[in-house]
Design a protein around this ligand. Structure first.
Ligand SMILES: Cc1cc2nc3c(=O)[nH]c(=O)nc-3n(C[C@H](O)[C@H](O)[C@H](O)COP(=O)(O)OP(=O)(O)OC[C@H]3O[C@@H](n4cnc5c(N)ncnc54)[C@H](O)[C@@H]3O)c2cc1C
Length: 382
């Protein structure tokens, strides 16, 4: 069992940290206040290789292993959870799906422009009546006369209004046959694809989140990813890809809450000394540290199992549950450590709190992942 990072992992962690501190930190507050999605920051990740973090080098990517990917996601999220979710909870997941399920032709067509930022992806599963219960999709794809025709509406889609490649999961049937699940690659120029940005969001305000609509979108057969027969497995692996990014992102923001709380506890004076000398402040900081470290280790463990091609569903559910739960608590406690200043905008704590409250729901609430841990162990289907 190896708990230390490799030299390469340390290098990528430092690269992501330096990027985030230099380019994102100075604008994170403004972007939150103005609900501004910062394309420039996304584009800057291209030359660093981080728009194709997991993608093999032959397609223009960095070919990172999943632990390194989690580390990089954590570092970006430590400064900006919206940017981390846009790139590592969405765009990179589309790439991962192409790598896992795509034909050679699809990989060659989509992966290089995705790594350079020419194409930007989003994952569109959720619908107004199909959130946790993804089996309740109303969106439909029908194959007739050699073409897929897609109709439906997806809700709360990260990058939904700015992506040029939508990975859409819908019910799908061939020539009026039994419906299964289909996953489709739909570029922005396809007629009938439109999106409506969601505005006045409470959290993740610097993220583009939109409702995406398909009205008679026609696609050639080669735009189906994998097969209808593998539809459930593809949707499951898509959710797992998202959840590794969400777990790592939550660890990042929990760490940011620790950093801010420790600094404040060492500076803020009350009753003739720093507040860091008070037991209850120490208790909150200790709980944040222990929870965050445990969530980080579980996240790395899930990523490591995924690297090795071993079963990782249970570890990922544990990581996703703990990381989001810890992040919600850490951001709340960090506000308490900061007293009245925690609710003001001079410090980023209230932003962290709002961002985590939103992200925690993405691809299942913490409760669903907690249930998944128990049911996986008890052998009961979710
Ligand atoms: C910020 C944000 C970004 C998102 N981005 C995307 C995206 O990019 N792509 C995408 O496809 N979707 C996205 N979503 C949608 C997201 O995945 C769904 O909102 C999520 O799966 C929860 O679905 P729901 O909101 O319909 O909640 P519901 O399914 O209605 O759940 C409501 C509550 O009931 C609980 N519950 C539901 N089922 C059960 C059960 N069987 N047992 C016990 N409790 C249960 C849940 O835990 C939750 O607490 C995003 C959502 C948010 C908030």
């Amino acid at each position: 069992m190896e708990f230390s990072l490799t030299d390469e992992q340390v290098m990528f962690r430092n690269m992501a940290r330096e990027f985030a501190q230099r380019y994102i930190e100075p604008v994170a507050k403004d972007d939150d206040q103005n609900e501004h999605f910062r394309w420039e920051a996304v584009k800057q990740l291209g030359p660093l290789g981080l728009l194709g973090a997991l993608v093999p080098q032959e397609y223009g990517g960095l070919a990172l292993d999943y632990v390194s990917y989690a580390i990089v996601t954590e570092e970006i999220a430590r400064v900006s959870l919206p940017l981390a979710m846009s790139v590592f909870g969405s765009h990179s997941v589309v790439e991962e799906m192409l790598m896992t399920w795509g034909s050679e032709q699809q990989k060659q067509k989509y992966l290089p422009p995705m790594c350079s930022g020419e194409l930007f992806g989003c994952c569109a599963l959720g619908e107004s009546d199909a959130g946790t219960d993804v089996s309740n999709f109303s969106s439909q794809a029908e194959l007739s006369q050699e073409r897929w025709v897609i109709n439906g509406e997806k809700t709360f889609i990260i990058n939904g209004g700015v992506s040029s490649l939508v990975l859409a999961v819908t019910k799908a049937s061939k020539n009026g046959g039994e419906p299964g699940i289909g996953t489709f690659l739909i570029t922005r120029d396809v007629a009938g694809l439109s999106s409506q940005d969601i505005v006045a969001k409470n959290g993740l305000r610097a993220c583009n989140i939109a409702n995406v609509s398909f009205q008679g979108c026609q696609l050639p057969q080669e735009n189906l990813l994998g097969s209808i027969e593998d539809g459930n497995k593809i949707a499951e692996s898509l959710l797992q890809g998202i959840n590794l990014g969400v777990a790592a992102g939550c660890v990042g923001i929990a760490q940011a809450s620790i950093d801010a709380s420790v600094q404040y506890a060492e500076e803020r004076q009350a009753f003739g000394g720093t507040i860091g000398k008070f037991d209850m402040i120490q208790e909150m900081i200790a709980d944040m540290i222990v929870g965050t470290e445990a969530a980080r280790l579980l996240t790395y463990q899930a990523a490591d199992l995924k690297n090795k091609g071993q079963p990782f569903t249970r570890q990922l559910a544990m990581a996703r549950y703990l990381a989001s739960d810890v992040a919600i608590r850490a951001t709340t406690d960090a506000i308490l450590v900061h007293g009245a200043y925690g609710f003001g905008t001079d410090f980023p704590l209230e932003r962290y709190f709002r961002d985590v409250a939103e992200v925690a729901q993405y691809a299942g609430s913490p409760l669903i992942h907690k249930l998944a841990v128990a049911r996986h162990t008890l052998g009961i289907a979710l």
